[in-house]
Write a protein that binds this ligand. Structure first.
Ligand SMILES: Nc1ncnc2c1ncn2[C@@H]1O[C@H](COP(=O)(O)OP(=O)(O)O)[C@@H](O)[C@H]1O
Ligand SMILES: O=C(CO)[C@@H](O)[C@@H](O)COP(=O)(O)O
Length: 555
């Protein structure tokens, strides 16, 4: 009898639902719903790097996405769903009260951004991150040794402390902080109460300083040494964590009826998007899986023996079972990838958009159509023009750190830069330099892995940009001097979640057999151009020099 697995992927802007045949991997139905409050820009202040998401955005859009799914799915599909699993962005934590209720769901906190999820790209906690890094460097063991040695403002404890320092009402009401991925599984299984709440391995290990060797989280003294405000918080978190091939529990009556699924449908432990995406991409030792979109998230895995005692410096951590149970998952990434292109698009279009919006040369429909064309076609046109230039022709060099640097060596205080501008440097020349900068930033990650003894022999790309831009992908192949396979699935992270859901629901005995049946195939390969690769070896040293100039030699 046919059975299905449901993968639910929470991205930065929207939730995607994907229904997958557990035997064939066929993606039988999918839907995407944007978060309503987030799309209106509510609760965010981009100039202050503040990005918050309301829990209702997640819950309402989930109901809508699953309802849309059933409109496309074969008759009776809902009854044939064996399990469901989530992946989400991260670190995206929220404050919950002693009853396990996310604070923004309480009327008195309903409009308070500090009571909402602090999205991964919120960089308000730079100061707090530095305090955790300093405290870990003073401790024995260094509690960041499995998280690259540097704590990031994108991560759980920095965000928790920052919000608690800023907002006494949240500080007084918070009982513990919960990652978005863990919250989703808990809500659907009715286990949000702290006495029942359980956490997945992925978020805990990569962002919350969990490690088996120190029995869970660092001791209370460690946190109190950073700020007495943290007293007792870590000890409220459950000590054990669980890999995503295990079930948190079954769907509650309430959520079964909201989602149109049978009560008790198994719900898996959740993980971050890129980790589940890597599973859909059949990640293996020596293969780096890159989710290339607004940002990048880079994942590989290694066996315990191959990694041995190595603690890879400056990455987002190495965690036993964060990707595949029984292997160590390693994560790195760039805080801005496509976002750098979006920044440039907005920069060059800004004045034209204001003029068009106020122009009387067109009627309202004409103005709207032209504005939409600018939005849709600018990057395509820039790519066309930039691809006609030869590597190194323009003399322009750029850095990709407009949103800080995630890895190697997290530092959200560093900034982007463009050097070598001349009167002849037009938009295509600058755009090409920006695309090269994102490829160079990615190369720095690959080189760090290799320098630390983690093999990167080939790259598999997933995410929007891997499908949207031949120009970006070819530039990356040339800069990295290695082939890049692009995965067929349009929804790789959701597919990864569905693979775990199939295991949790018993359709497959383990992740490896689910991957064999359901994993996505390669649809395209970009081969490096050796001549361009030689030029890029030289240009990469210019990128490194500019980086040293900007961040004082730390890169
Ligand atoms: N033609 C294009 N060339 C290069 N980048 C593009 C193009 N079109 C869109 N992008 C970039 O793709 C990014 C969105 O990627 P996507 O994977 O769809 O989203 P997300 O990362 O939110 O999942 C944006 O940052 C945007 O700048
Ligand atoms: O940072 C992580 C995981 O650690 C991701 O969740 C984050 O990059 C998500 O970004 P996207 O919206 O997929 O570009």
């Amino acid at each position: 009898m046919v059975s299905y697995a449901l993968g639910l992927d929470y991205g930065s802007d929207s939730v995607r639902a994907l229904l997958v045949n557990t035997a064939t991997g066929e993606e039988v139905a999918s839907s995407v719903v944007n978060y309503p409050r987030w799309s209106q820009g509510l609760y965010c202040e981009s100039a202050a790097d503040q990005f918050r998401q309301h829990p209702l955005d997640y819950l309402e859009s989930l109901e809508q996405a699953v309802a849309q799914l059933w409109r496309q799915a074969p008759e009776g599909a809902a009854e044939a769903v064996v399990g469901l699993s989530f992946d989400t962005t991260g670190s995206t934590p929220v404050a919950v009260d002693a009853q396990g209720v996310a604070l923004a769901l309480r009327p008195e906190f309903a409009d308070n951004p500090n009571a909402m999820f602090v999205l991964w790209k919120d960089h308000t906690a730079v100061k707090e991150a530095a305090e955790f890094t300093a405290a870990a460097a003073r401790s024995e063991p260094n509690y960041l040794k499995y998280e690259g040695g540097i704590y990031s403002s994108e991560w759980y404890w920095s965000k928790a402390l920052h919000v608690m320092r800023k907002d006494s009402a949240v500080r007084d009401a918070v009982y513990m902080w919960v990652e978005h991925c863990d919250w989703m599984s808990a809500v659907l299984t009715g286990t949000t109460h702290p006495s029942e709440f359980r956490m997945g391995r992925c978020a805990a290990g990569h962002k919350v300083m969990w490690h088996e060797s120190w029995g869970g989280y660092p001791p209370n003294d460690f946190f109190v040494s950073v700020d007495p405000m943290l007293d007792g918080l870590a000890s409220r978190l459950p000590t054990d964590t669980f890999t995503s091939d295990q079930a948190v529990g079954g769907l509650t009556q309430e959520w079964a009826s909201k989602l149109g699924l049978p009560v008790g449908t198994p719900v898996g432990f959740s993980a971050f998007d890129c980790h589940m995406g890597a599973v859909a991409a059949n990640v293996q030792p020596g293969v780096l899986t890159k989710v290339m979109g607004t940002s990048t998230c880079d994942i590989t895995i290694a066996g315990y023996e191959a990694l041995s005692e190595t603690c890879v410096r400056g990455i987002c951590g190495q965690v036993d079972g964060s990707v595949i149970p029984g292997m160590v998952g390693l994560e790195a990434g760039q805080s801005a990838f496509g976002d750098l292109y979006a920044w440039f698009k907005n920069l060059i279009n800004g004045p034209a958009k204001s003029i068009i919006a106020a122009s009387t040369a067109l009627n309202e429909a004409g103005r709207a159509a032209l504005l939409q064309e600018l939005e849709d076609k600018t990057l395509v046109e820039l790519s066309r023009a930039a691809s006609a230039l030869a590597p190194g022709q323009s003399g322009v060099t750029a850095l990709d750190w407009v949103n800080g640097r995630r890895t190697p060596d997290a530092d959200q205080t560093v900034a982007g830069a463009i050097a070598g501008l001349k009167m002849g440097s037009g938009a295509p020349e600058v755009f090409r330099a920006l695309v090269e900068a994102t490829a160079f930033g990615a190369r720095a990650i690959i080189e760090r892995f290799r320098a630390e003894g983690v093999a990167v022999d080939s790259v598999v790309a997933i995410g929007g940009i891997s499908k949207k831009s031949d120009f970006v992908m070819q530039t990356c192949a040339d800069v990295w001097n290695c082939p890049i396979d692009v995965l067929d699935s349009e929804q790789s992270c959701a597919l990864g979640a569905a693979i775990f859901a199939a295991v949790v629901g018993g359709a497959h005995a383990d992740v490896a057999s689910a991957q064999r049946a359901m994993g996505s195939k390669v649809c395209k390969t970009y081969e490096p151009n050796t001549k361009a690769a030689r030029v890029y070896d030289q240009l990469y040293t210019r990128y490194q020099s500019l980086g040293e100039f900007v961040d004082g030699g730390q890169s």
